[in-house]
Design a protein around this ligand. Structure first.
Ligand code: ADP
Length: 426
């Protein structure tokens, strides 16, 4: 084929170049792509050999990166000094070089010829440039049929060089992206391991503190009882945090399972609202609920987990609503689902934060200035519990006006439906 191309006219060569460029664009594997580029460079410039050399920052010289198959063992990674080679000149001057008669040209680095038992007679070299910086050189040597390299040869080599440059640049970006991704994954795993270990290790001593404190409270004199109460309350608070952490750890390990039982959402709503009534009254907030009169809204799932999900929403609603505000909890049937809403007239959530509030440890206010307690885990646990039931959760909110949280749960046992996949994978 190279013979045909060698004698073809410019239009035919350009057509071939275009066709090859399209093929090159579809190759993602970098070494394979560079190999193709040197083959095509040989073919279209009618040269005996072609190669790609890349600059090595550590050694400060050029190294063969793509060479013809038969030269691979001798040349791959062999270094070429910048100061005493034609490739070095192309690289440092960032300009092409054309040597029509290389026989006695001092710019040729003869050691490579000696190594290969080869004679460089003519040479064409162009720089590989990425973001205006030279990164290497594409070379073609020994124009066949004793001819001279032409302007067209140079143009073709430059076009191929820009293809190679883009491919090398993309590959390095991809590598950086993969590296960043691996680092992020490692960090995330470390964070998950930490959560799992911390929650596991804290559980036992905390249980002991609570057990002994509760026992002591009943035995100590009256004046110490208040102090024992403080210890117990604080330990209970720690227990909630540890439980939150271990719920997250379980979800991440895929160890969370849903125990299926039939239960009524209506009575759960009533129970949760009742549990938070004192907290709401303390803050002078009106907390009410609305469920259908004649439908218990029965679903198949784990009551305790949905209790955790709903309690977190109600607790947040009270926490982030100022005195004289209102909170409503509503549950209703919507097709084959139950929808549960928690609506408040609280401080609302800035639009930019809405998407992230379900992320672990995410809080709208900064840790340093925040007025409210919490670890930024409540909503991520709520989401985990809802998703374990093949449900969905979302939030609508307006800063200064209030927020609406809504989650859905499928009515029928997910084990009988497509959602069963969700159950078995967790
Ligand atoms: P935390 O335990 O810190 O409250 P959550 O995961 O429950 O963590 O909530 C994350 C953040 O979302 C909260 O810190 C708060 O800024 C915001 N948020 C949650 N619910 C509400 C709400 N009803 N109104 C306003 N902001 C809320």
């Amino acid at each position: 084929m190279s013979e045909g191309i060698a004698h073809a006219n410019t239009a035919q060569r350009l057509e071939r170049l275009l066709e090859i460029s399209r093929n090159l664009a579809s190759t993602l594997d970098l070494p394979q792509l560079l190999q193709k580029i040197i083959q095509v460079a040989c073919e279209l410039t009618d040269s005996q050999e072609a190669s790609i050399l890349l600059y090595d920052r550590t050694s400060g010289d050029l190294r063969f990166q793509a060479v013809a198959d038969h030269q691979r063992t001798d040349l791959l990674n062999v270094s070429v000094p910048l100061e005493t080679s034609a490739a070095g000149l192309v690289f440092t001057k960032v300009k092409p070089i054309v040597i029509q008669d290389a026989t006695n040209d001092p710019r040729i680095y003869r050691q490579i010829d000696q190594k290969l038992n080869f004679r460089t007679q003519s040479l064409l070299g162009v720089p590989l440039i990425v973001e205006q910086e030279p990164i290497g050189v594409l070379e073609a040597v020994n124009k066949k049929s004793d001819g001279n390299y032409t302007e067209d040869d140079l143009a073709i080599l430059e076009t191929l060089a820009s293809q190679a440059s883009i491919a090398i640049h993309n590959a390095s970006l991809l590598n950086k992206l993969r590296e960043a991704n691996t680092n992020l994954r490692n960090l995330d795993r470390m964070k998950s391991d930490f959560i799992a270990i911390a929650s596991h290790e804290l559980r036992t001593p905390l249980g002991l503190i609570l057990g002994h404190a509760t026992f002591l409270k009943d035995t100590v004199e009256d004046e110490l009882r208040d102090q024992m109460e403080v210890i117990i309350r604080s330990a209970m608070r720690l227990k909630t945090i540890v439980e939150d952490l271990s719920a997250i750890a379980h979800k991440e390990e895929g160890a969370s399972r849903v125990r299926l039982e039939e239960f009524a959402i209506s009575s759960l709503v009533e129970e949760v609202v009742g549990r938070y009534q004192d907290f709401a009254t303390e803050k002078k907030i009106h907390l009410s609920f609305d469920v259908p009169e004649n439908d218990p809204l029965t679903i198949s799932g784990e009551r305790e987990k949905i209790d955790v999900a709903l309690s977190n929403l109600v607790q947040n609603a009270i926490t982030f609503t100022d005195p004289n505000g209102q909170i409503g909890v509503k549950a209703e049937k919507a097709g084959d689902k139950i929808k549960v809403f928690v609506v408040d007239t609280g401080i609302g959530i800035p639009e930019k934060d809405i998407e992230r509030i379900f992320d672990r440890f995410y809080q709208v206010e900064s840790h340093l200035t925040r007025k409210h307690g919490g670890m930024g885990l409540g909503l991520s646990i709520t989401r985990a519990m809802v998703e374990l039931h093949a449900g969905e959760i979302w939030c609508e909110s307006k800063e200064g006006t209030g927020s609406l949280f809504c989650f859905t749960l499928p009515i029928s046992s997910p084990l009988d439906s497509a959602a069963s996949k969700v159950f078995t994978t967790y």
